[in-house]
Design a protein around this ligand. Structure first.
Ligand SMILES: [Zn+2]
Length: 295
């Protein structure tokens, strides 16, 4: 992982840093890196105008350092994050909250998560509301979050060399300019629940909570855990998207339908290793109403 940032050192316990005693802080630079001989070991290099060679500190938990920097607003203007080749997906219960905090989610424009052994992306990745470029090639994803299309700024999506069997229908609404889905697993039959087993009530209405939640999302009412229960926040955060762009609260009833690949990119720049460009791809579709279902 490479991350460079400017910091003000306010902890003056390290006498070796030669920080002026009469100064409140010293403008410094931190570089975070991996030991070339042991890829499991991380370090922080601290440079300043009085310590130009830098002092190296071993880091026990790089994630902790990184999260601390983000949470404390040390990286308020970070707009590009290159995190390729870091085995971020090795922990099956990965907590992605470090990525989805208020400050970073408003600024981040580019996220590079290539080669990280990731099996699942968090559903609330849509909170990265200014993300333009997402690179998640060479992971182990079998599906993309159905919420991904809620990132209306997303223009460049690269998910080659994963195990994707379907694409979420929300992506059609995104206005992507570039989509790379080469070397995935789209040819195999994808499983979907038998929708005929459910009533229209189950599929489109479900409960009064769902009806209310749809209204909140449709009108973009503000919500937060200090106003409504956390379970409702989660329900709203995880809402899916109908093929028409409206919110769909149910998580169980969907249909796998073939869609023309060309419909996913407004500039028609799609990279796939399908036999011809007119090929269709399996899409996981949610529906807000019977009208959308029959389309
Ligand atoms: Zn709809």
């Amino acid at each position: 992982m490479k991350l460079h940032c400017e910091v003000e050192v306010i902890n003056r316990v390290h006498s070796s840093l030669n920080i002026r005693s009469n100064a409140k802080y010293l403008r410094s630079t931190l570089a975070l890196g991996k030991e070339p001989k042991n890829v499991q070991e991380y370090f922080i290099l601290h440079f300043s105008s009085v310590n130009k060679n830098g002092t190296k500190y071993k880091v026990k938990c790089m994630k902790q350092v990184f999260v601390k920097c983000l949470n404390e607003g040390r990286l308020p203007n970070i707009s590009e994050l290159y995190l390729s080749n870091n085995s971020l997906g090795l922990n099956k219960n990965s907590d992605w909250q470090w990525l989805l905090g208020l400050k970073i989610s408003k600024k981040l424009k580019l996220l590079d998560l290539r080669e990280n052994k990731i099996i699942n992306l968090p559903k609330d990745i849509w909170k990265l509301q200014n993300l333009v470029t997402l690179k998640i090639d060479k992971n182990s994803l079998y599906k993309l979050p159905t919420t991904l299309g809620r990132i209306t700024t997303l223009r460049y999506l690269s998910v080659s060399e994963n195990n994707l069997r379907t694409l979420p229908c929300s992506l059609i609404r995104c206005g992507l300019e570039h989509l790379d889905i080469s070397s995935n697993n789209f040819k195999s039959e994808a499983d979907a629940p038998k929708i005929a087993d459910y009533t229209p009530w189950d599929i489109y209405i479900n409960s009064l909570v769902h009806i209310a939640a749809k209204t909140v999302l449709k009108h973009k009412f503000f919500y937060a855990p200090n106003i409504i229960p956390k379970t409702l926040v989660e329900l709203l955060d995880n809402s899916n998207m109908c093929v028409c762009g409206q919110a769909v609260l149910n998580d169980k009833y969907y249909v796998i339908k073939p869609f023309e690949l060309i419909g996913f990119s407004i500039s028609r720049h799609i990279v796939s290793n399908f036999v011809n460009k007119g090929s269709s791809v399996s899409v996981e579709c949610f529906f807000c109403s019977p009208k959308c279902f029959v389309k």
